[in-house]
Design a protein around this ligand. Structure first.
Ligand code: PXP
Length: 242
């Protein structure tokens, strides 16, 4: 079976910085470490409210990274203009609501067909590969193809969040959607809510090209680094008394 790729979403490294308005942790540093560890691409979502990633982060990542940058963004004129200037390798168009904790549900491509098709066309003309974040739904996949997207990212959030009773049903929807999208010639990615417990079921779907994973990786990184972080602080304190 072909290798599946990992796109690492580093939004929540920026969340930790923004919550205190410090200069650290630096998302670029996190991206370089992720690249060193084998990440195949780096994803950031430049939200309208700028709650985590800032324009400066995206610009720096594009300048410095050796692996592709995937810019998640809402379908707005301001974001289209930004992406066309920056020219990331990939853009993933997502719905965006100010009040939401994270992206809820896929983009309603069929309901916004003309607007999404225009966005796909403009980004494609700038040399960017466009992906649409959609629910595992046949209508949305057909509309994505119709809109001229090169790829879809299937929303795995419902599968990840649902209880044991419904998980099988949600998984089956994802499997069918991935197959349908793949057979219609789209590149198929997936993401949202994937973690160290549920990733293997999704990664085993053979038609999937790439998984985009953020929160679980950043959360794990905090714990993996805790012993070193505490030891370094103690060492500095002890040195001050020598
Ligand atoms: N894919 C898309 C389109 C997203 O909006 C997000 C969340 O920013 C992710 C993947 C990653 O989700 P998570 O942080 O739950 O891994």
């Amino acid at each position: 079976m072909q290798r599946i790729l990992l796109g690492v979403n580093i939004d929540h490294v920026a969340t930790l910085r923004q919550v205190r308005k410090t200069s650290y942790p630096e998302p670029l540093q996190a991206a370089l470490l992720a690249e060193q560890a084998g990440a195949d691409s780096i994803t950031v979502h430049l939200r309208e409210d700028r709650r985590h990633i800032q324009e400066r982060d995206v610009t720096l990542l594009k300048e410095v990274m050796g692996i592709p940058l995937n810019l998640e963004m809402a379908v707005t004129d301001a974001m289209l203009a930004f992406a066309e200037r920056l020219k990331p390798e990939y853009c993933c168009l997502v719905p965006e609501k100010r009040e939401e904790l994270t992206t809820e549900g896929g983009l309603d491509v069929s309901g916004r067909q003309a607007q999404v098709a225009h966005a796909c066309q403009s980004l494609k003309a700038a040399g960017i590969l466009v992906s649409l974040f959609v629910d595992p739904d046949a209508e949305q996949i057909a509309a994505s193809r119709e809109a001229g997207a090169a790829a879809v990212e299937i929303h795995t959030g419902r599968y990840a969040d649902t209880g044991d009773d419904e998980r099988g049903i949600e998984l089956e929807k994802i499997i069918q959607a991935v197959r349908l999208a793949h057979d219609s010639g789209l590149r198929v990615n997936a993401g949202h809510g994937l973690n160290y417990r549920n990733v293997q079921t999704i990664a085993g779907i053979p038609e999937l090209h790439e998984l985009n994973i953020g929160h679980a990786i950043v959360a794990r990184a905090v714990l993996c680094g805790m012993m070193q972080a505490v030891a370094e602080m103690k060492q500095l304190m002890n040195q001050a008394r020598m």
